[in-house]
Design a protein around this ligand. Structure first.
Ligand code: NAD
Ligand code: FES
Length: 294
């Protein structure tokens, strides 16, 4: 069992949790993810690692109440435990394998959308620990939905905020702010790393293509086994089928077939709600006998 050491509400729907998982914390690197199950009957929930502390033996996750399982996870409190916490899974961010002098010679911009701000944080922190200050755009629907702004300011160069309704920072989407920084403020970025909703990542890539900026995205596809066996997480990158769980989650954004990835996400949304209903029924003790195996 894996104990919840800390729970903090970041908004009324988004929670940060430190989970006691020394082995995962010891091996984790920026860009990787975990798959958890709340209990023996629960469905597998993949979450990108938001921070980790090897000395204190915990991994930080940030979760939003979007379905039955994440809703149930968010009702747990400090001292409660979850059944499974598998990881670290996936490949670490390309940054951690890149020559530090090469990284220092580049101007890097992260674009974080909504809950996607959480997986951006460990990458910016890792760069900061290696003497590199990356800039960050954080976008959200409104001021209340912006998360981790103060934490990001401690490890980033410039942090730019954008809200859809203009209640904080730039009024509009992250892509509008990105264009303003480049076209009106003359900022030059060699590399962009975008993490957030699939639609945001698609439009960030279309924007950076215009400016010739290398762009990496972290894909949050549906995942089932997380070991490359089931195929649920497959995406097309550069015309080839790739498995997000073992070959990603990061890919060259200009090569990703986002329309197909979004179609698959939409297709699975219905199946996911069926899975959630079944998980709920199982938890309530009147489980359906027909399995749903993806
Ligand atoms: P959201 O829908 O509020 O969007 C966040 C920001 O993304 C917006 O404020 C806007 O600036 C930008 N954006 C949205 N649509 C855009 C478009 N068409 N063009 C340009 N910019 C656009 O974010 P949310 O409600 O927090 O959404 C959470 C989503 O993030 C979920 O779909 C979740 O699965 C995903 N997510 C992804 C990851 C990942 O690793 N990629 C991690 C956590 C969450
Ligand atoms: Fe099953 Fe990736 S989640 S192959």
């Amino acid at each position: 069992m894996f104990r919840i050491l800390k729970k903090q509400a970041l908004t009324d729907q988004i929670y940060l949790m430190n989970i006691e998982a020394p082995r995962v914390a010891h091996a984790a690197q920026p860009g990787q993810f975990i798959i958890l199950r709340i209990d023996e009957q629960g469905e597998r929930v993949p979450l990108t690692i938001a921070d980790y502390n090897a000395e204190e033996g915990y991994v930080t996750i940030v979760t939003q109440t979007v379905g039955y399982s994440t809703g149930k996870l968010c009702t747990l409190n400090e001292g409660d435990s979850i059944a499974d916490f598998a990881g670290p899974l996936g490949r670490p961010s390309e940054l951690v394998h890149t020559d530090l002098d090469l990284l220092r010679s580049k101007k890097i911009l992260f674009v974080a959308g909504g809950v996607g701000t959480a997986p951006v944080y460990p990458q910016v922190k890792w760069l900061h620990e290696h003497g590199i200050q990356a800039d960050v755009i954080i976008g959200a629907k409104n001021k209340q939905a912006l998360i981790l702004v103060d934490a990001m300011r401690k490890v980033a160069g410039e942090v730019y905020l954008a809200t859809d309704d203009g209640s904080e920072g730039y009024k509009g989407m992250v892509t509008g702010l990105l264009s303003e920084l480049v076209e009106e403020q003359g900022k030059k970025y060699d590399e962009v790393i975008a993490i957030g909703p699939m639609i945001m990542m698609k439009f960030v890539c279309l924007t950076t293509l215009k400016y010739g900026q290398k762009t990496t995205v972290s894909l949050n596809t549906l995942m089932v086994d997380g070991t490359g066996m089931c195929g649920a997480c497959r995406v097309t990158v550069g015309g080839k089928t790739r498995f997000t769980c073992v070959e990603g989650p990061e890919f060259d954004g200009h090569q990703v077939d986002f329309d197909e990835a979004m179609r698959r996400q939409g297709m699975y949304r219905t199946l996911e709600s069926r899975k959630e209903r079944m998980a709920q029924e199982r938890a309530e003790g009147h489980a359906c006998k027909v399995g749903l195996d993806l």
